[in-house]
Design a protein around this ligand. Sequence first.
Ligand SMILES: NC(=O)C1=CN([C@@H]2O[C@H](COP(=O)(O)OP(=O)(O)OC[C@H]3O[C@@H](n4cnc5c(N)ncnc54)[C@H](O)[C@@H]3O)[C@@H](O)[C@H]2O)[C@@H](O)CC1
Ligand SMILES: Nc1ncnc2c1ncn2[C@@H]1O[C@H](COP(=O)(O)OP(=O)(O)O)[C@@H](O)[C@H]1O
Ligand SMILES: [K+]
Length: 491
Amino acid sequence: MRYAHEVGKVRAAERALMARLPEGALMQRAAAGLASVCARVLPAVYGARVVLLVGGGDNGGDALYAGARLARRGARVHVVQAGSKIHEAGFAALRAAGGRPAAGDPADAIAGADLIVDGLTGIGGTGALREPHARLAALASEAPGLVIACDVPSGVDAGTGEVAGEAVHADITVTFGTHKPGLLIDPGASHCGVVELVDIGLGDDLPDPDVVAARPADVRPPEPGPESDKYRRGVVGVLAGGDAYTGAAVLSTGGAVHGGAGMVRFASVAHPVELVRQHWPEVVTTVIEPGAHDAKVLERVGRVQAWVAGPGLGTGDAAESLLEAVLSTDLPVLVDADGLTVLARRRDLLLRPAPTVLTPHAGELSRLIGAPREDIEARRLEHVRRAAAELSATVLLKGSTTLIAEQDRPVRVNPTGTPRLATAGTGDVLSGLIGALLAGGLPALDAAAAGAYLHGLAARLASAPHPDAAEAPISAQDVVTALPEAFRSLP
Ligand SMILES: NC(=O)C1=CN([C@@H]2O[C@H](COP(=O)(O)OP(=O)(O)OC[C@H]3O[C@@H](n4cnc5c(N)ncnc54)[C@H](O)[C@@H]3O)[C@@H](O)[C@H]2O)[C@@H](O)CC1
Ligand SMILES: Nc1ncnc2c1ncn2[C@@H]1O[C@H](COP(=O)(O)OP(=O)(O)O)[C@@H](O)[C@H]1O
Ligand SMILES: [K+]
């Protein structure tokens, strides 16, 4: 897993470690790590034109000491100072090594640099970048040279990934001690480029992480063993589609069929049942009558280990009664799409002892928790956590960087997403896939995280089937088709 810690915890760990180390030792570790990444990516350090963008805090100090190391190896290092304050000791070290303030218009220095080191703000940055920082950040982002951000791209909120104004677009972000949540969550994540973690020895001083992102080896779908039969591998029941929406039923069922369940059961009114039978002959179907139902409606469907309810289900009385029936079982239930719209008026249905997984996009979450959609988009981490606590559920917030929260657990960030997924019906595929993983016995948080991971991977493989292929647009069906390849590509 890649671990990220909130800013306050990073500072506390740094304080604890610094108390045991000689003055300045921690900053030297950070600067050494930063300089070594710079040296690695430059074709040659000797003669390289390096520009340091330096703010008034310790982030600037890191950049100055790293610049001094590069200057000692023959780089031509110039400093563009933002604001009146500067890390004096770092500046003195740079000058002693031959570095100089940039003369003339900083725009020229930045445009002519082979490498720009962004030391404007790090974990101490708050709110939108002020001037002259904002202009410098924009110049760096536009410059032809390589941009390496020190700890965090300036303008990105390290704790949340919010970007309130101008922010540096880095090619590489060299971060110290641990990842910061804002490096993993959009819009911040998309400003980082490649993230390199430099160990400065915080290890034992860091508490449990606040946010984690899976690496491939962390994703463990249930594996069938020699004793497995279709029932023991898990049966997933899908309640989806109606007379108005039939595609959602086919796609959600497709996600379940390729998600590794032992069996998929599908129940709906006649028309979607007919279509699902045509698309997925392996699925066991049940026709349910239109209109409102009592709690016994599910008995005819047969035994399942987990339910998926909601895609294309409609939002009227029939959908509400089905949702009431499914949420009154003692089985894991995933609610998506129309089901979430119904839940927004029936939050009482969430008071249940068994696990519930909700998979809203920002609009659906807005209806569920009564927060404006724009606020949710801008502060995804805060809202997904709040939703998990308020709704007593595992909440998977879709969109650019999918986040998954469960109360008192680190938030999972899905690293495989791609904007190619932003096409109608892909969410339906995700619901069925997670349902299959739940039926296979994964705990709710792991099922949701593994589902999001495989879904993103399938989309990438569908879009570009091999590393040299250009990306093509994809459909939700393409994602279903690529799911076996996504499972296969796990280590
Ligand atoms: N605390 C430590 O022990 C260590 C800190 N390190 C570095 O120190 C950084 C944190 O240093 P600081 O706490 O000094 O904070 P920063 O250097 O991140 O930021 C503080 C400075 O930025 C200015 N600033 C804040 N928001 C701004 C905005 N929106 N627009 C313009 N200026 C803004 C402040 O006025 C202040 O001058 C880390 O990110 C890391 O790079 C590393 O050297 C490792 C050790
Ligand atoms: N900009 C984006 N970057 C990455 N993934 C995205 C982006 N926008 C949407 N997605 C993903 O696409 C899927 C869309 O799901 P959803 O909004 O439910 O659509 P639908 O209801 O049409 O299936 C989700 O998995 C979501 O995370
Ligand atoms: K920075």
